[in-house]
Design a protein around this ligand. Sequence first.
Ligand code: FE2
Ligand code: FE2
Length: 142
Amino acid sequence: MLILCLQKDGKVYAVKLSPDNLSGIEMIDRDHELLMSICNELFETQNRLGAHDQIEALLKRLLDHLEQHFKSEEDFHRGAGYHKAQSHQVEHRDLLIKTRSLMGKHKNGILSFGDLYKFIALEVVKEHLEIQDKDFHTFIKK
Ligand SMILES: [Fe+2]
Ligand SMILES: [Fe+2]
């Protein structure tokens, strides 16, 4: 079971990805698992003293992985004849634009790590996986 920890209102709680969020497609599930594992690493690193460079490296790794994963997923959607391939691609593009923008704000000291992490964990990982990606998984399983 994949667990993503998230800090909210000073509290730590866990977000679980239930088994029914698995696509059954090895490439997609492996990518999602890696995405969550980078998030968990970020979460664990955030309070470590002197971890600034490590956090920046992890954020870059996360962005690189997102770019690669979104592209692979879009190729897969087109190959499978998914009728929402185009709108899913737009959603990916919007998530990447917002992620890059918020990472830039964090780097410039305008946005806290907590707020950046909240966006990544909730909107990029949890909501996108549980709603948009899951729609494709339902389509492919039919
Ligand atoms: Fe997606
Ligand atoms: Fe995905």
